[in-house]
Design a protein around this ligand. Structure first.
Ligand code: HAM
Length: 426
């Protein structure tokens, strides 16, 4: 008997074939779109001091209370990052990026870890692409960030995104704190009608009662006072300017008073992108402004705004919409008749690859016929054939593998031209 097989951990996944292609397309789109808006890449560690997330995300959040992977390998408590924002702001402060002044636009991608119950679109290791624009309180920036997220979805071929928007106010006493009290007063007479979870949250985090998924809580929440109508003058003005800019950009959105988000660092603008292909876990991305986080993490008072997009959920939507249904095609498969031809083929393919032509060849000593079959199975557009005749006369046969494609034997010096006549290179 062989040894037993080891499988990946529940809530984690491998991506290959079409999923590998979808993942790659999402990464390329992130690079392309975020770079176009002036963002540069940042990569931070996958684990950080537990305190960073406890302070940054908030002690009373589901993430910090029950979902973090926390270890104590030595004397320090460390946690696998459940999200990217806290680490980016930690790095921003550690490397004194604020001392250069101005706005810092940073984007990132990578795995995140949350100990949630796995289901469709919800994993324990998942991936995000995200952006953080640190150093401006301009409402136009909130709108630009929201529009950029939508451009990312368009770039991966996802249509039908819904943008939910709200303002949850700021830390001024007459703003969110007052709204919380207004909300408690409105809820108190009916508190027993809310679910147990909501009743537990009433004192600690009353805003979360607004976004409870329980249908009867949802019904009750619909009639509660709306945060964007109760925030302070400055926050109301900011929200008005964000919606005005979104209207000017032609961005479709709905103001959703029940949107409060699950992380404590948000101030003013919050938003979420949803997609109907996702079922219960329909948030395909989310973010908002967080003007207090830099200070909370020991820095000066610096405003910021950003979002993160869930790559796995993007992949589900891409699959449902048929937005990426094939792996990148192999342009050329090299077929060689014998040892000398095999060696020569390897040199020719190296030359083509440098010119941007994707190529591969056999490394298993397969017969000529079997190599032809592999070229077909791999979906190669062109087979390059090097037999002993060709090798002796300094020629090569270029065979178009598509239906009704012909073939021609050309001098080696014309090989690249012959290929470029059949496929678009670059
Ligand atoms: P978040 O809403 O917690 O925000 O996560 C952003 C996105 O990550 C979600 O909309 C979802 O698509 C995806 N996601 C979250 N949890 C899971 C999971 N268990 N499995 C699969 N996908 C998941 C943040 O993380 C904030 N840091 C966003 C942000 C950046 N706000 C400002 N800047």
């Amino acid at each position: 008997m062989g040894k037993n097989l080891i499988r990946c951990i529940e809530g984690t996944r491998d991506y290959f074939d079409l999923d590998g292609a979808r993942f790659g397309k999402a990464m390329k789109a992130a690079d392309h779109v975020f770079t176009a808006y002036g963002y540069s890449q940042i990569h931070t560690p996958v684990f950080e001091a537990t305190e960073l997330f406890a302070r940054g995300i908030g002690e009373a959040t589901d993430i910090v209370e029950k979902e973090m992977y926390t270890f104590k390998p030595g004397s320090d408590m460390i946690t696998l990052r459940p999200e990217g924002t806290a680490g980016v702001i930690r790095a921003f402060l550690q490397h004194s990026m604020h001392k250069q002044g101005g706005l810092n636009k940073l984007w990132y991608s990578g795995p995140m870890f949350r100990r949630e119950r796995p289901q469709k679109g919800r994993q324990r290791q998942f991936h995000q692409v995200g952006v953080e624009a640190v150093g401006s309180s301009d409402p136009l920036l909130d709108a630009e960030v929201i529009a950029m997220g939508l451009q990312f979805y368009a770039a991966v071929g996802i249509t039908g995104i819904r943008t939910r928007l709200n303002s949850i106010g700021c830390s001024a006493p007459e703003c969110r704190a007052k709204y919380r009290e207004t909300l408690r007063e409105a809820i108190r007479p009916n508190l027993d009608k809310f679910c147990k979870n909501c009743q537990n949250r009433f004192d600690r985090n009353v805003l979360r009662l607004l976004d409870c998924k329980n249908p009867s809580c949802k019904e009750l929440a619909a009639n509660l006072p709306k945060s964007h109508e109760h925030v302070c003058g400055e926050c109301a003005d900011h929200f008005g300017k964000v919606t005005e800019a979104l209207d000017a950009f032609g961005v479709d959105y709905v103001i959703d008073p029940t949107l409060v988000r699950g992380l404590d660092y948000y101030t003013k603008t919050v938003f979420e992108y949803t997609h109907s292909a996702l079922g219960a876990q329909d948030a395909i991305g989310g973010g908002g402004r967080y003007d207090g986080l830099v200070e909370e993490l020991g820095g000066p008072s610096i405003p910021a705004v950003g979002f993160a997009i869930g790559v796995e959920r993007v992949m589900i939507a891409m699959e449902t919409l048929g937005a990426c249904c094939c792996t990148a095609p192999l342009m050329v498969y090299g077929i060689a008749a014998g040892d000398e031809e095999h060696k020569a083929m390897s040199g020719l393919l190296a030359r083509l690859r440098r010119a941007g032509v994707s190529c591969d060849m056999d490394f298993e000593g397969k017969s000529f016929k079997a190599q032809m079959r592999t070229a077909g199975r791999r979906g190669a557009l062109i087979a390059l054939i090097l037999g002993s005749n060709e090798l002796e006369t300094g020629q090569i046969t270029v065979k178009d593998m598509r239906e009704d494609g012909g073939q021609s034997t050309v001098p080696l010096s014309q090989m690249q031209e012959a290929i470029e006549a059949l496929v678009t290179v670059g």
